[in-house]
Design a protein around this ligand. Structure first.
Ligand SMILES: Cc1cc2nc3c(=O)[nH]c(=O)nc-3n(C[C@H](O)[C@H](O)[C@H](O)COP(=O)(O)O)c2cc1C
Length: 195
């Protein structure tokens, strides 16, 4: 499989426990010859936590992709009007970003990129990671699953005993989901449990 010649926006939001897995997925996109344009939400840029320092993660992503990340709304804004990417992958996608995107809120670089990109009628892939997937965000997931040009990396419950509302994407399926989305198809089955 090759993503050769394609420009792929990868938008990082603040689900820090999935950072390592998303790093692997980014390496897979690069290995498939995709050109990755990284975009970070404000919280992904600034929150240091037990999963690591934001600056270290951004440095790693910059080195792997060979591209400086987009860090502001004003730098994300041209992505749509200038048709700069073929597909946008929000990975990881927090419950916060999912809810805002679903409701037309555009107050981070990631959401600005998403808004501009879908305006062009091109595919957008969501790699979910949220503790409230089966709670407050269930309606938003349902709404976006039923929205044109939006595709989900197959996801499932990761710990139904301790976190019964939590669902996360199978990040090893990010590249196959991108391939299918570029053909206008959702990779199935989209709900896959258990982990
Ligand atoms: C250590 C840590 C881990 C977090 N993990 C998640 C997560 O996996 N999923 C999620 O939806 N939010 C998670 N959050 C909360 C988000 O970071 C928070 O909702 C933030 O506002 C997200 O902003 P963004 O969507 O603009 O990146 C976590 C926060 C911290 C501090």
């Amino acid at each position: 499989m090759t993503l050769s010649g394609l420009s792929i926006g990868v938008a990082f939001t603040g689900s820090f426990c999935t950072n390592a897995r998303i790093l692997t997925a980014v390496k897979e996109i690069v290995a498939a010859n995709g050109t990755v344009k990284p975009i970070f939400s404000y919280n992904a840029q600034t929150i240091d936590c037990r999963f690591g320092k934001a600056a270290d993660y951004m440095k790693q992503i910059t080195e792997i992709t060979g591209n400086e990340p987009i860090l502001t709304i004003e730098d994300a804004e041209p992505l749509g009007p200038k048709n700069m990417i073929d597909i946008l992958v929000i990975a990881p996608c927090t419950g916060n970003t999912l809810a805002k995107f679903c409701n037309g809120i555009t107050d981070t670089p990631v959401l600005m990129a998403a808004k501009g990109h879908i305006r062009n009628g091109k595919p957008l892939v969501i790699s979910l990671s949220t503790n409230d997937a089966l709670g407050m965000n269930f309606k938003n997931i349902g709404s976006l699953l039923n929205t044109k040009n939006i595709y989900f990396v197959p996801f499932g419950q990761d710990d139904w005993v301790k976190k019964p509302n939590s669902m996360i994407a199978h990040t090893d399926l990010i590249v196959p989901t991108i391939e299918m989305a570029l053909e206008g198809k959702q990779l199935q089955p989209v709900i896959r449990s258990p982990f």
